[in-house]
Design a binder for this molecule. Structure first.
Ligand code: FAD
Length: 393
């Protein structure tokens, strides 16, 4: 395995990083506590498009970015480091675009994909319901057949981008008891923003579908396989979630290193005290472990290999490591680390968010162990085939 990006990828990463640090970072601070308004978000997303932030895993002839997945994951590390709310919204757009590319009809792709790839449109994906979290196969939202389409009734919760999205891909249950994915435009549901501990600039919402009618043309391909498609997409989503953790931890480590160099106690920089050095060393080592696991998972995805174990390892380790790293960054800052005057406390709150969505830490552990043992600790029709965990290392 090559640990270097080639010259082309390096140039893309360097150009994007310079743009993010110079043009995007100055806007981030005001959205640590408050949601980025929809119009502002559209403008920010549009500014990212030329750098290849959209259309990962979509062929160039279909509008894709032309970047390989590992480079894309590396770009998102920088974006999450600089502006988590914008990065989160863009990441969900990526997943919506990927879902459309994989399972959309030609008409759906024509209608929804181009806007996603330019930042003109925002999408969201809604599987989770009040009674169906870790197991999306339990969803209840009804799609009753009616007049050449479906009448939708149900509630989706904790939906990223939910209140600012222009459309939603929802996982629903049709009359035959099967799960299907359907695309619903924004006027087909109401949205209520949900307040969360961290990542406060990024919309997380409850969506209410109250007898919404959609045509048969809104159903995505793969009738009856909606839950399987959702689970399949998790491998890609977990690579992004892992890079979210890496980017958040990077911000925390960078801040801690700067502070440890400049803050003096006992007549010298605190960075010269051995116990501070121990914390910095642990933070840097854990960050690199998280990053390497993330790159490996992305590299396997881009090579078309089965990577569910590796994506779960990356998401599990990176999200838990980000929390430890951000907590140490707070510690290194002393009382200032707890203050709202600095962003450090927000890195800690943001990091705490990451071990829940896209499969909780416990679910990642269960997937890793299931694939190693060939037996599941949870009911899962997709379980069973043992996969040697270290195969691609
Ligand atoms: C910020 C954020 C953004 C999100 N974005 C989206 C989105 O865009 N779209 C979407 O559809 N959903 C989204 N979600 C929902 C997310 O996918 C769920 O919250 C997650 O799957 C967990 O479901 P739950 O919260 O209902 O917890 P539960 O499933 O009720 O789990 C509660 C606890 O039990 C544990 N647990 C559950 N099952 C097992 C088991 N078999 N063995 C051991 N422990 C178990 C869990 O690990 C957890 O600790 C988001 C959530 C958050 C917090």
């Amino acid at each position: 395995m090559d640990f270097e990006f080639d010259d082309t990828a390096r140039a893309v990463i360097d150009a994007a990083t310079a743009f993010l640090d110079g043009e995007i970072a100055p806007h981030a601070a005001q959205y640590r506590e408050h949601m980025v308004p929809k119009e502002r978000m559209h403008a920010l997303l549009r500014s990212l498009a030329p750098f290849g932030f959209f259309g990962t895993l979509i062929p160039e002839e279909a509008g894709g970015s032309g970047l390989d997945f590992t480079t894309s994951i590396r770009l998102y590390e920088e974006l999450f480091r600089v502006f988590p709310a914008l990065a989160g919204t863009a990441f969900v757009n990526q997943m919506v675009g990927y879902g459309l590319h994989m399972d959309g009809t030609d008409e759906q792709k024509r209608r929804y994909l181009p806007g996603l790839l330019t930042g003109e449109r925002i999408g969201c994906q809604a599987a989770t319901e009040p009674e169906a979290g870790s197991n999306p196969k339990d969803i209840r939202m009804r799609a009753a057949a009616e007049r050449g389409g479906f009448r939708l009734k149900g509630r989706k919760v904790w939906i990223s981008n939910g209140s600012i999205a222009d459309f939603c891909i929802a996982l629903v249950r049709t009359d035959d008891g099967q799960t299907n994915r359907m695309i619903i435009d924004r006027d087909g549901y109401s949205a209520r923003e949900l307040e969360t501990l961290g990542q406060r600039g990024w919309s997380t919402a409850e969506l209410l579908f109250d007898d919404t009618w959609v045509s048969e043309g809104n159903r995505m391909t793969g009738a009856g396989a909606g839950a399987q498609q959702t689970l399949r997409d998790f491998t890609v989503a977990r690579c992004f979630a892992a890079t979210m953790a890496v980017g958040t931890a990077r911000a925390a480590l960078d801040a801690a290193v700067d502070y440890a160099r400049s803050r003096h106690q006992w007549g010298k920089p605190i960075g010269q005290h051995q116990l501070i050095q121990e914390m910095v060393a642990d933070m840097a080592t854990e960050l690199d472990c998280a990053r390497l696991l993330t790159y490996r998972a992305a590299w396997m995805v881009q090579g078309g290999r089965r990577a569910d174990t590796q994506a779960s390892m990356a998401k599990y380790y990176a999200s838990e490591a980000a929390l430890r790293i951000a907590s140490k960054a707070v510690q290194i800052h002393g009382a200032l680390g707890l203050s709202r005057d600095l962003p450090v406390e927000s890195y800690f709150r943001d990091a705490r968010m990451i071990s829940i969505p896209d499969g909780t830490t416990q679910l990642q552990q269960l997937i890793i162990a299931r694939n190693l043992l060939g037996m599941a600790a949870f009911t899962d029709a997709g379980a069973g085939r043992a996969q040697p965990a270290g195969r691609a290392a």
